[in-house]
Design a binder for this molecule. Sequence first.
Ligand code: WTA
Length: 576
Amino acid sequence: MTVKLNEQELIPVLSTENNLVSYEEAYKNFKWEDVEKEFSWSKTGKVNIAYEAVDRHVDEGRGDKVALLFRDAIREESYTFTQMKALSNKFGNALRSLGIKKGDRVFVFMPRSPELYVSYIGSVKIGAIVGPLFEAFMEAAVKDRLLDSEAVAIITTPALKSRVPVSELPALKHVILVGAEGELGEKELSFENLMAESSDELDIEWVDLEDGMQLHYTSGSTGKPKGVLHVHNSMIQHLQTGKWVLDLKPGDIYWCCADPGWVTGTVYGMWSPWLNGVTSVVRGGRFSPEDSYQTLEKYKVTVWYWAPTAFRLLMAAGDDLVKKYDLSAVRHILSVGEPLNPEVVRWGMKAFGKRIHDTWWMTETGAQLICNYPSMPIKPGSMGKPIPGVYAAIVDDEGNELPPYRMGNLAIRAPWPSMMRQIWNNRSKYEEYFRLKPWYISGDSAYKDEDGYFWFQGRVDDVINTSGERVGPFEVESKLVEHPAVAEAGVIGKPDPLRGEIIKAFISLRAGYQPSEELIKEIQEFVKKGLAAHAAPREIEFRDKLPKTRSGKIMRRVLKAWELGLPTGDLSTLED
Ligand code: WTA
């Protein structure tokens, strides 16, 4: 399909932005190897991303600088790189005292807090592979991930521990509780006690660049969530995209609003700013427009990274609200996770006098790949261009590159430094991404214009993107059919002006059950409690029968066509 364009809108580089004439010019001869020289390991042959992100700043005289500015409803604290080094050393020693070693999987499952970051960095320092979990996950979601990865330890809180089904997790040896009071149960340990007993001097585990570092579970259209493994080598791209795309400078106060349960919250909430020695703001608690502006004002945030859904909510809250706050420190604004509507970019110019820079990447890519740089004109609605050192293309289903304006698979020439190295326990899923050599096939469809800008068109598969969170329809369907009233369920993403997409479920009921408002509420609660609040369908529609293939697979394509009032297309494989 060839795309027809309206006259293109262009927002030029502002005088307040990095005024490189053209990044293509500036980085013409760029090679990733050049970045390696930035790290101490290129001199010593030793590596650990946690050393480069934290300890190195202490060793090079920047230890007094604030690494983390944390605030939630109860606490307000700041931690220097020196303090972060000492605390993460203690935690690393604590894990070692429990016999945890290089390559072991350790999970963090708690609300945003300083302890989360201390645990994360401490685990990586001893060479463990860390998996972060959203605090919103319920038991089934936690269990799937810990079972698949055979995690040996989890760091969590008394409020969340009931969702860790210890007796069903044979590999799990330790449950480390932050803020435990009273008696500890079987396998439970107190974080505070462990910290008190441990030294703040640590023999860091020097690892290979290709050793595992973090494991982010993410959803596909079929099957259980996939464990996407990243290695220490990712630091090359985390550092460099922090410079080019986030435009980080030593004096910046940077705020990435994403939770570490999402890859944006680890890579761009922690690794990228800290590798660049920049102060990172972490705000606990729930989103609100007032609070967002307050946080920007209070900390004099200079660089701000958030998601389209949040910008749409801010836009809906109105321009008068923006005017109540002093946001003059903000220099650079970025967005990730879903298509950034041109309307939001225009609103950003009006409300903040700043361009919102869209960036595209995925859990699997490990870092930003297609971006709007501070130094380039923005075409509202476009994700931007590939960063230097990355070649992106639109290819057909055989892997042939397509010319400008032809829609097709968004593909990246493999490899790049932060590319995933494994899908945990699932070689064939991993290979699917690389089936059309030399390409990595993203699962997104897009086109490219004659200036090399990429334009997102949608997902090729059925993966739902609701408020920037990836939800696999299969996972939700599996939960739904566990409800006693549900015979069959098919789940789709329904376009929504605020959230991008919402989850809609089509359900056929078992004999003896009648559709009702109460039943809808009950089923929604069931998914919320069993899986996660964000995975619960906001809309449920009952149907006597769902469209299925002869092999019994529910045809989400047909459900989607029903929803959008479109022709249902080829139904030749339909059951009856
Ligand atoms: C979508 C994240 C449009 C896309 C960092 C991708 C986007 C999926 C953008 C990855 C963007 C991400 N414009 N769509 N700028 N960025 N996406 O792994 O479909 O949670 O494949 O993310 O989000 O989601 P993941």
